[in-house]
Write a protein that binds this ligand. Structure first.
Ligand code: SAT
Ligand code: MN
Length: 604
């Protein structure tokens, strides 16, 4: 190794050769002023948050302990799907849904962007572990970044620092994750509060299991343990090793008889995963505990059941719409402090505010750092503004959330945001039919990704932006997964839609805590206790089959939310056909068979 005169470079707290070599290589390329190995200590948190306050990135909140307000560059507010690349050797391995670039070409382009890109900044080396540290094979990664915002956010979202590094030994496998905001500083140049670059790349190299990110400091673009590792790269590892990496919350449902069920549920970004994960049931005697709100890794246990672990250690939740009515447990979690808020509004007494939190104060500082009053034309908070808060603070956290064994899943829910066509809940006929439901899942786009909001797109398994390989191969992997266990041990698959609307554009279903009624019906189906109607699209409850006692909704709305409308479904078929055609030759024949069977049933 060359002796580079960069302070901190040679005081690495590890003897892991591959890691040391990579860190040297990156330092040589990016030429930071110094190198710091993140240890995850309280002292480090205090030092970095102070640095962020001094830089104008963070404003300490007077009303919440150890919590901070941050406003990003207005051009750096969400994931950038059109700048996200799967750089497999063969373009066919990226498939029809991903952007592809040849890995050598991408590396050449990005190497030039990285050259000198950390000048004037500190290069942080963050060892981290996705999922429990005590796992038989801990899932390790190292993020190199020049952003203090990323270091403190990674401390909330992952198990990182010394405790993660302790798992590396001399030669453990890890995923190298390179990140730079792409904003070098010249001698004496004043930094900006949110450094970023207009040029952005979020690149994944599935064969070598590497992640290279450039130009963005925001969420899923920059906290590389999250979508990049735990979904895009992990989905590839899961394909090769026979498990599933999914965009799913994990919740524990406890019945009045104290029976415990675990449910995993996939919804696109900003469609209520966090609210469902922390739901407070409105039906007497039922209880929910939380294990995760965004990602589930599911592997078969020795008993043949599918067990889920949440790779993350924090919640990166959508702020607007979250309040004491919609998600009291998220509110309680953030009240405890230790939270970073990004792109929400700041109150004059040093607290945060966002749309959906009741009456707005007379004056706020908006996410754009402008004066804001209730008369302002624009919302005070960006629709994709976020709170980043430790899971351990959640008052209804399930005690087994950190168990390396995971929890056995009884039911999988797929859901989207659709104002028509999709009934409140449909039970699949079997695993393949459930896979078909997931593969054809559709949703109206949200603010979680840059681009137009409210457009219906297919979002298979809510994984469209996160499948790290060919989507048709991913469907085949789901079908194959169903063959690896006894049918009666597999989770039952359901398709839900909380967002169906009536003729006055009103929501037909009250949602939030009332969704417990749907969970209850699903569990009773699994127990063989609840009835359902067989329809062309699957098993749908009638109004008599779900518990509606005390529910504040009109009978007409409830009937409409459960309706299987043949005309709407007939209109859906060509859209599914178009989607399947896009998948090409590799689409599993069993999914084509499911589509044919659905068409037959609809026309019968
Ligand atoms: O990708 S993020 O982590 O920024 C959030 C999301 O889209 O779910
Ligand atoms: Mn998500």
């Amino acid at each position: 190794m060359t002796a580079l005169a960069i302070p901190g470079l040679d005081s690495a707290p590890t003897t892991h050769q591959r890691l040391l070599e990579w860190v040297h290589e990156v330092a040589e390329l990016t030429t930071p002023d110094r190198v710091v190995w993140a240890d995850g200590s309280d002292e480090e948190w205090d030092r970095l948050t102070k640095k962020l306050v001094d830089a104008g990135t963070f404003t300490p909140l007077k009303q919440k302990p150890n919590s901070f307000w941050a406003a990003s560059d207005p051009g750096d507010v969400a994931r950038v799907e059109e700048r996200t690349f799967i750089c497999s050797v063969d373009p066919d391995d990226a498939g029809p849904t991903n952007n592809w670039t040849d890995p050598a070409e991408m590396k050449a382009t990005m190497t030039e962007l990285y050259r000198g890109c950390m000048r004037g900044r500190t290069m942080y080396v963050i060892p981290f572990c996705m999922g429990p540290l005590e796992a038989e094979k801990p899932m390790l990664g190292v993020e190199i970044t020049d952003s203090e915002y990323v270091v403190v956010s990674m401390r909330v979202m992952t198990r990182m620092g010394s405790k993660a590094l302790a798992k590396f030994g001399e030669d453990a496998d890890f995923v190298p994750c390179l990140h730079s905001v792409g904003a070098p500083l010249d001698e004496g140049q004043q930094d900006v509060a949110w450094p970023a670059n207009e040029t952005k790349y979020i690149s994944h190299f599935p064969e070598t299991r590497e992640i290279w990110s450039y130009g963005s400091g925001y969420g899923g673009n920059a906290l590389l343990g999250k979508k990049c590792y735990s979904l895009r790269i992990a989905s590839v590892i899961g394909r090769d090793e026979g498990w599933l990496a999914e965009h799913m919350l994990i919740l524990k449902l406890i019945s009045p008889e104290n029976k415990v069920y675990y449910i995993a549920a996939a919804f696109p970004s900003a469609c209520g995963k966090t609210n469902l994960a922390m739901l407070e049931p409105t039906i007497p005697g039922w209880k929910v505990e939380t294990l995760g709100d965004d990602i589930a890794w599911m592997r078969f246990g020795e008993d043949g059941r599918l067990y889920a672990v949440n790779p993350e250690a924090g919640f990166f939740g959508v702020a607007p719409g979250t309040d004491w009515h919609t998600n009291p447990n998220a509110m309680r979690t953030i009240e405890r402090g230790n939270t970073v808020f990004t792109n929400v509004a700041l109150t004059d007494n040093g607290d945060i505010w966002w749309e959906g939190m009741g009456e707005p104060p007379a004056h706020l500082t908006s996410w754009k750092k402008q004066d804001w009053t209730p008369d302002s034309d624009e919302p005070s908070s960006h629709p994709n503004s976020r709170y980043c808060t430790p899971m351990a603070q959640c008052p209804i956290l399930a005690p087994e959330w950190d168990d390396p064994k995971g929890v056995p899943i009884s039911a999988i829910f797929f859901g989207g945001r659709r104002k028509d066509t999709i009934p409140l809940v449909t039970e699949s006929r079997d695993w393949n039919h459930g896979t078909f439901m997931g593969a054809t899942l559709s949703s109206e786009t949200t603010a979680a990704a840059k681009g137009k909001v409210g457009v219906v797109r297919r979002d298979p398994m809510a994984m469209l932006p996160f499948i790290g390989y060919n989507a048709a191969d991913y469907f085949a992997h789901w079908i194959a997964t169903g063959k690896r266990a006894d049918a009666n041990k597999l989770p039952k698959i359901f398709y839900v839609n909380w967002f169906r609307r009536g003729p006055e554009n009103q929501f037909l279903w009250p949602g939030f805590g009332e969704n417990s009624r749907v969970l209850k019906w699903a569990i009773e189906r699994i127990e063989g206790k609840a009835a359902a109607q067989e329809t062309p699209i699957g098993y749908v409850p009638t109004l008599d089959d779900i518990d509606t006692e005390g529910l504040d909704a009109s009978r007409a709305d409830l009937e409409a939310v459960l309706k299987v409308d043949r005309e709407e479904w007939l209109a859906e078929i060509p859209l599914i056909e178009e989607w399947f055609d896009k998948m090409g030759e590799k689409l599993p024949t069993s999914l084509r068979d499911e589509l044919e069977a659905l068409k037959q049933r609809l026309s019968a």
